[in-house]
Design a protein. Structure first.
Length: 155
């Protein structure tokens, strides 16, 4: 029989499973973000204890490896002063004349629909370090952003 028609088992034809991708760069987090990561690790560990299906166990272990890595690499940022846009601040600004508000947080805490934007997002990077009243370029347009106000997020 030709080697081309011989299979050792079904395992060699399964789709490969990959680790969850870790965002590049430092894992900067707010105190709230660190608490969310810690809670996620506890939740997955508890979920894992009750699983019996091998596929579900593998998926939960993969998720646990991701969150444990995020937990040990987390760097809690100091409380910002509020003088400039930083991680842990809520910034109100005008984007092409339209008012917007967002809070700058760590990668794992980001939820754009809720106004929580990762510090690594292009808009957040454009705003970082700016002071109230400052005009900033964004998306190839000069003065596209005007910082109106900065508030420190509690906890």
């Amino acid at each position: 029989m030709s080697v081309a028609f011989r299979r050792e088992g079904d395992e060699e034809h399964l789709e490969p499973t990959f680790e969850l991708p870790i965002p590049a760069g430092r894992n900067l987090v707010t105190p709230r973000g660190k608490a969310l990561i810690d809670a996620r690790v506890v939740q997955i560990e508890a979920q894992l204890a009750g699983l019996t299906d091998e596929t579900a166990i593998k998926a939960a272990k993969r998720d646990l490896r991701y969150w444990q890595t995020r937990q040990v690499t987390a760097e809690i940022v100091p409380v910002p002063s509020g003088a400039t846009v930083e991680i842990g601040t809520t910034v109100t600004f005008l984007h092409n004349g339209k008012p917007r508000t967002l809070t700058i947080v760590g990668d794992d805490e980001a939820d754009p629909a809720a106004g929580l934007v990762s510090f690594s997002a292009p808009l957040a990077r454009a705003l970082m370090g700016a002071e109230a009243g400052e005009f900033l370029p964004f998306a190839g347009k000069d003065d596209a952003l005007e910082v109106v106000g900065i508030v420190v997020v509690a906890g």
